[in-house]
Design a binder for this molecule. Structure first.
Ligand code: GAR
Length: 187
């Protein structure tokens, strides 16, 4: 059995899609949802699906070892970042080589790096009059948004599109592809 832990800081729509996708799968299980925000909606979604949750602070993640101990305790073999906004510390990357996967809401290497998350990304895409955007699913290394790319998918952006519309198009791609790409890395 492969056990997945999902790190998420916000709403958790990706986390919930992943939970639903693997529900009933005998070889893969979402075992744990972790968040750095005690009020993050992802925790409600996890509870609805009877998935264990853990909340930690940014300091605990950076300087402590409780998060790693918890992942070991749950026998986690894959960590998924689904809208997780803190940097992953080196000790976790070393413990999970090529087993931490992030989704980014743009076509990296464009619109990546510190501060580039969620609506900030979509606003920049519109300001720069891009004609396409999309998603990038990649392994995580110690630099924001720079790990090896596993998968990208794109969508067309019209000149009249608002950042909210770009977000909706990107979310559609995320829902369609992220769980399947995770599954393909597990095979
Ligand atoms: C998603 O669009 C994800 O790609 C993005 O945050 C959103 C989280 O939505 N991630 C980043 O911007 C990471 N830099 P969700 O909480 O509803 O899944």
């Amino acid at each position: 059995m492969k056990r997945i832990a999902i790190f998420a800081s916000g709403s958790g729509s990706n986390a919930e899609n992943i939970i639903k996708y693997f529900a009933g799968n005998e070889g893969v299980e979402v075992s744990l949802i972790l968040s750095n925000h005690p009020d993050a909606f992802v925790l409600e979604r996890a509870k609805k699906h009877q998935i264990e949750t853990v909340v930690f602070s940014a300091k605990e993640l950076k300087y402590g070892r409780n998060v790693l101990e918890t992942l070991k305790q749950y026998n986690v073999s894959i960590v998924i970042l689904a809208g997780f906004l803190l940097k992953i510390p080196g000790y976790l990357i070393q413990h999970f080589p090529n087993a931490i996967i992030n989704i980014h809401p743009a076509l990296l290497p464009k619109y990546g790096g510190k501060g580039m998350y969620g609506m900030n990304v979509h606003r920049s895409v519109v300001e720069n009059q891009e004609t396409e955007s999309g998603i990038t699913i990649h392994y995580v290394n110690e630099n924001y948004d720079e790990g090896a790319i596993i998968f990208q998918a794109s969508c067309a952006i019209a000149s009249k599109d608002s950042p909210e519309l770009v977000q909706a198009k990107v979310q559609e791609l995320e829902a369609l592809h992220f769980p399947k790409v995770i599954e393909s890395t597990i095979q």
